[in-house]
Design a protein around this ligand. Structure first.
Ligand code: PMP
Length: 407
């Protein structure tokens, strides 16, 4: 018997109680941003009304209280992803910011001309462009692991790319365009054989499964709060302490320093060295509440529930005549991406929207993988634990309707 009644869980989300264009909202754009339960919104509201003060600065009690609440997310994330210690948890503004931090701090310090960075063909632009910018300046070289027709990584090709010049292997854990879950434990172990560090973009993994960074033995792991029932503008970079300790700061300003004079500045310890300026305090506090919310349900139960819904969705949409799935991996999490040869994705998306169904259409900030599958855009439904089989049925009806509309 499940400890959680998933049929009632929708009541926690005020946004889902609305009508959109005259229909009850079906929200299937969770990979872009997941919805916020009332408890999280209330917690942020409470902070703004009664607890607001700047952190790490004030001698006064209100500031100390705000600091305590703000710092809590470090422990919560540590436990959520099983990091060894809370100093390995750096606050950022999201996955993009986390990856830029690794590139600009670790990357610039450790890579030079001819050194190699391995990415995959299914990366989000956030895990391509920062490396490319750095490679252009340093002369480092980017190599790309190809993707098979099923949407899985070609692991033999990966092994063939590794060599003594490989310094970085940076991969997405779950692809936001295909839904594929990559074998990051194996990828990291192989990278380590060549003394390369393994960076993981976990933006689409942490919301859907239980993550153990120590078991995976990855060196850096990035995530965003807004994809896991939390607020926008907040994210995390996990890094192994011995690596972070050797990394220079990436941004300068208040809070990241030890002593400042015009002659010389010394820096704060990790993680504060990487957190210049007044941080997103309310967002951190909201993220703590979001982690509490998810943990109360349990990530294993969330994974189980979503697996069932995703299986159902794949089975149902596969039955639609002319629909082609983009990404058919057995490891799929949350994302169901598809195309029709004769109907543009944005037309499908527009018709679904008129029926109250929110999906994403386009290239999903992952243009190289769409090019790999020779499509300019897909329609993407992305599922969360608060979705239902009725949501999927409404999606399928909507797609069937769109087809009749265009035929
Ligand atoms: N990587 C992946 C796989 C993503 O899906 C996203 C969000 N679309 C990002 C990185 C970037 O996350 P954010 O916009 O929160 O920085």
């Amino acid at each position: 018997i499940p400890a959680v009644d998933f049929d009632k869980i929708r009541d926690d989300f005020p946004v889902l109680q609305q009508e959109m264009n005259g229909h009850p909202l079906v929200y299937l754009d969770n990979a872009a941003s997941s919805q916020m339960p009332k408890k999280v919104a209330d917690r942020i509201d409470h902070y703004h009304r009664y607890e607001h003060a700047n952190v790490h600065r004030g001698i006064h009690t209100l500031s100390q209280k705000a600091t305590d609440a703000y710092e809590e997310a470090r422990w919560k994330v540590r436990d959520l992803i099983n990091a060894e210690n809370q100093h390995e948890i750096i606050y950022t503004t999201g996955t993009t910011d986390s990856l830029n931090l690794v590139v600009n701090s670790y990357g610039y310090k450790n890579l030079s001309e001819g050194d190699e960075i391995i990415l995959t063909e299914m990366e989000h632009h956030a895990n391509i462009v920062p490396w490319q910018m750095m490679a252009k300046e340093t002369g480092a070289v980017i190599k790309v692991i190809p993707v098979t027709d099923s949407g899985d990584l070609d692991m033999e090709a990966y092994k063939a790319l590794l060599n003594d010049r490989t310094k970085i292997v940076s991969v997405v854990h779950v692809s936001n365009a295909l839904g594929t879950t990559n074998p990051v434990k194996e990828i990291a172990a192989l990278a380590h054989e060549y003394d390369a560090v393994c960076v993981v973009d976990g933006a689409q993994a942490v919301p859907h499964k239980s993550i153990d960074v120590r078991d995976l033995d990855v060196d850096f792991y990035a995530l965003s709060a807004h994809k896991m029932c939390g607020p926008t503008g907040f994210g995390i970079l996990y890094g192994k302490k011995h690596l972070l300790d050797e990394m220079p700061p990436y941004r300068g300003g208040g809070d990241m320093i030890d002593k400042v004079s015009f002659e010389e500045t010394t820096y704060n310890v990790v993680p504060f060295r990487f957190e210049a300026g007044t941080p997103p305090i309310a967002a951190s506090i909201g993220f703590s509440a979001a982690i509490d919310y998810l943990s109360n349900i349990g990530m294993e139960l969330i994974e189980e529930r979503e697996y069932e819904l995703v299986e159902y969705a794949v089975e149902k949409v596969s039955g639609i005549d002319g629909l082609r799935l983009i990404g058919k991996s057995d490891t799929r999490a949350s994302v169901v991406s598809f195309v029709f040869d004769d109907i543009h994705a944005s037309d499908i998306g527009t018709i679904l929207d008129k029926r109250g169904i929110a999906v994403r259409t386009g290239h999903h900030c992952a243009q190289p993988i769409l090019r790999r599958f020779e499509v300019p855009a897909t329609t993407r439904a992305s599922i969360s634990f608060y979705n239902t089989k009725e949501d999927i049925d409404r999606l399928v009806d909507g797609i069937e309707y769109a087809k009749t509309f265009f035929e």
